[in-house]
Design a binder for this molecule. Structure first.
Ligand SMILES: *[C@@H]1O[C@H](CO)[C@@H](O)[C@H](O)[C@H]1NC(C)=O
Ligand SMILES: *[C@@H]1O[C@H](CO)[C@@H](O)[C@H](O)[C@H]1NC(C)=O
Length: 307
């Protein structure tokens, strides 16, 4: 029994000692912020002794009045913006999930329901299940025909994806293979549907090794790591390809940047910034919000059992 507990503890410390991945989408809620953190977030406000989430009426400019609020009559009011609140084709087209039909802005139904005055507006139409659209036949119309089409509007249709493998030259290897993959020419002389899911996916694809996440290591495209950051100012985190996550880095006494294994290098000023708001300063430490409390409780129970 003790052996099992020991294994558990080793595993738990293994997890604790791993790289710290921060999730940009898991921002702390306003009430968890101290004043200096609270002041940095546009949707939070400091009220006497605590940080609170702003209400719609607290937004005094249109650009910040979004989400569950909308700008009406010079004020930000407590009413979610819907498709039918969009007064014209342009604003409708810019609002996610909506499309312009029969002079009204409606929720997306299907591509073929929409006729728009600019071809690009078919491309931005998007259904809930990420259905994409395109303008019918626009790529083959000549300039003169295009003018004629403009007069009547562009009929949208379901997006047609291409089969990359049918292209046999680099020049023709073009187009979208899926909602997320594009045709790309590989050094083996073939055209493939390409999507950067890990850095190694870019091996053999010229210039697809995205320097934001990856670096060239000889012929290979590999993950960037903290050690590639050579100044203290840059040594904060490395973004991960699986979006909205980042690995936390730490500047050492040896003037080198390495993966952080905890947040003890962060302070009241840096804690919240460096973690994209997902950690907060509390009891003089930098802690994750909405965090590993289950893990902490489990490890506490096991420790107690072990002792
Ligand atoms: C794409 O084209 C290739 C050859 O032209 C064919 O073998 C393959 O089955 C096609 N793939 C799809 C998904 O249609
Ligand atoms: C590179 O990063 C990806 C995701 O960010 C990860 O799944 C993979 O294990 C990493 N590879 C190496 C060799 O560290």
């Amino acid at each position: 029994m003790k052996n099992i507990q020991l294994v558990f503890i080793v595993v738990l410390f293994g997890i604790v000692a791993a790289d710290i991945t921060v999730n940009k989408e898991k921002r702390c809620s306003c009430p968890s912020f101290i004043k200096s953190e609270c002041d940095k977030w546009y949707d939070c406000k400091w009220s006497e002794t605590s940080c609170q989430e702003k209400e719609c009426k607290d937004y005094t400019t249109e650009d910040k009045c979004s989400g569950d609020c909308q700008w009406k009559g010079g004020k930000c009011i407590d009413e979610k913006k819907e498709c039918e609140d969009m007064p014209n084709e342009e604003s409708c087209s810019n609002f996610a999930g909506c499309g312009w039909k029969d002079n009204k802005c409606i929720e997306f139904t299907q591509c073929s329901d929409f006729i728009v005055s600019k071809a690009e507006r078919c491309n931005v139409l998007r259904g809930e299940n990420d259905e994409r659209c395109q303008a019918k036949g626009v790529s083959v119309t000549t300039l003169r025909q295009k003018h004629l089409v403009v007069a009547t509007g562009f009929q949208c249709e379901n997006k047609v994806y291409v089969n990359c493998s049918k292209f046999v030259t680099e020049a023709t290897c073009k187009g979208e293979a899926t909602a997320t993959a594009k045709c790309q020419w590989k050094s083996d002389g073939k055209c493939y549907a390409f999507e950067l899911k890990t850095c190694r996916d870019a091996d053999g694809f010229n210039s697809m090794c995205d320097p934001k996440y990856c670096k060239k290591d000889g012929q290979q495209c590999v993950n960037r790591s903290c050690s590639d950051l050579t100044t203290q100012a840059l040594c904060t985190s490395i973004p991960k390809i699986d979006n909205n996550k980042a690995i936390l880095c730490k500047w050492g006494a040896d003037n080198k940047c390495t993966n952080a294994i905890d947040t003890t290098h962060l302070n009241e000023q840096t804690c919240n910034d460096v973690t994209f708001g997902s950690y907060h300063w509390v009891t003089n430490t930098c802690q994750q919000c909405a965090s590993n409390w289950i893990l902490s409780i489990v490890s506490l129970i096991i420790l107690v059992a072990f002792i």
